[in-house]
Design a protein around this ligand. Structure first.
Ligand code: ATP
Ligand code: MG
Length: 419
């Protein structure tokens, strides 16, 4: 076996080229022989046709045709004849020897010429073509060979181990191996570090925001509890105010903790979807009827589609996403104004839609509305934590759907869940 990889590879290339060329030559030879024979047969038929037309003055399919040879007494062939017999007429015999010889010689010459062309010009050209096609594969094989021979000794593993163990947990720390062979590994580990840090920061921000949101109701509740302890027990006014405030704040806290729990369960993969056939029209009609019942301050309308759509979805979760959209629509729309529910199919995609004519959003806010704890400035005068749409997005993402949002400040918002 050759120890030079270039030589060995070039040998392999030559052998592959030879095999491919031999296969191509076999196919070409067969093609040339068959096509020449076909042409020869056509030439013979053409000659016969011309002779028949000359003898009879017309061409006819069903006449008798035969060939026979004339021999000397010793058995030597002196002439080949073509005999035509038209019914009711005398047979016509035409000497065919000369013409047949000319046709045979012409086609033998044609065959030789084509074979000469194949071996002298087409064959070598095909070899060059095969080599050009195989060239990238050849380069690849050489590169792979080079890589497989590349020394990746134990010392390189130690370099990586040492560099990783010296990494700091702080934000700016990067892995530096100082070895060009390890540049790819260095870049991959540094990218991984950036992603881990981003995720850690997100987690820290989430915990920070959550604690911040929980602090307010806790402060209010403990404030009222102190007030009750000092003077409230005997003062009915203070007592009632404290009870009402504690009820409101504990309700708010419960809602917040439920939202946090949903997202935490979602992030840890504990919430799983139970897919079943869900009729979008029935689901939206139910949501509409519930809204009419629980919110008398707005006018709800449901535009029912002509054809129902049944999709595979988690009915409970999808309904929860619709409820989040409806809560927002009610919260950010003036009393007495209309909120419109609809569902259907657009371009083959089923959708659920809630449209309001409330405070709307500027484009900048739309870009952030699904972020956890995000609330537009205009929304801060309303109750809320900024987690509703994060939950809705988690649900829609899990259904492999997306949101389409159309919103204009002071005109309204249309949010569509496309599934
Ligand atoms: P909650 O977690 O209690 O639902 P929230 O309604 O503020 O609080 P999201 O539902 O996540 O939080 O909405 C995020 C932000 O998107 C809102 O604070 C608001 O600024 C904007 N927004 C959402 N829906 C609408 C809407 N229909 N009209 C106007 N702004 C909206
Ligand atoms: Mg909301």
């Amino acid at each position: 076996m050759s120890s030079d990889p270039n030589k060995a590879q070039s040998g392999r290339m030559n052998s592959i080229t030879r095999r491919l060329r031999a296969a191509w030559m076999r196919k070409s030879l067969l093609r040339i022989v068959i096509s020449t024979l076909l042409l020869f047969a056509l030439a013979c038929l053409g000659w016969m046709g011309v002779q028949e037309y000359r003898a009879l003055g017309f061409l006819k399919w069903n006449i008798g045709r035969s060939f026979f040879v004339e021999r000397t007494v010793g058995g030597r062939i002196t002439e080949l004849y073509y005999r035509i017999v038209n019914a009711g007429e005398d047979p016509v015999e035409i000497a065919a020897g000369r013409a047949f010889t000319v046709i045979c010689i012409a086609f033998a010459a044609l065959l030789i010429l084509r074979l000469f062309w194949l071996f002298v010009f087409s064959g070598p050209r095909e070899s060059r073509r095969i080599r050009t096609i195989l060239a990238p594969l050849n380069d690849l094989a050489l590169k792979a060979d080079e890589l497989s021979r590349m020394e990746f000794g134990e010392d390189k593993y130690h370099v990586i181990e040492d560099a990783i163990s010296q990494l700091d947990a702080d934000e700016s720390s990067r892995l530096s191996l100082g070895d060009s062979d390890l540049a790819g590994i260095e870049a991959a580990i540094n990218n991984l570090l950036v992603r881990i840090r981003e995720s850690n920061m997100q987690q820290a921000r989430f915990v920070n925001d959550a604690s911040h949101e929980l602090r307010t109701p806790i402060a209010v509740i403990s404030g009222y509890a102190d007030m009750l302890a000092r003077w409230g027990k005997n003062d009915e006014k203070v007592l009632n105010e404290a009870i009402a405030a504690i009820q409101t704040e504990s309700g708010r806290m419960k809602h917040l903790v439920e939202q946090l729990l949903f997202l935490a369960r979602g992030d840890s993969g504990k919430t799983t979807l139970t897919l079943e056939d869900v009729s979008l029209t029935s689901m939206m009609r139910e949501a509409y009827e519930e809204s009419v019942m629980i919110d008398e301050k707005h006018v709800y309308r449901f535009s029912e589609p002509e054809n129902d759509m049944v999709i595979k979805a988690d009915a409970g979760l999808l309904k929860q996403a619709v409820r989040i959209l409806l809560d927002n629509a009610a919260k950010y729309t003036k009393e007495g104004d209309e909120i419109m529910l609809s569902c259907g199919e657009d371009d083959g995609h089923p959708y659920l839609q809630v449209q309001d004519c409330g405070i709307g959003m500027a484009e900048d806010n739309v870009a952030h509305m699904f972020e956890r704890f995000y609330r537009a400035d205009e929304a801060r005068s309303f109750e809320g934590t900024g987690l509703g749409l994060s939950i809705a997005k988690w649900i829609v993402d899990k259904h492999k759907g997306h949101f389409e949002i159309l919103s204009r400040p002071d005109i309204g918002t249309r949010i569509r869940i496309v599934l």
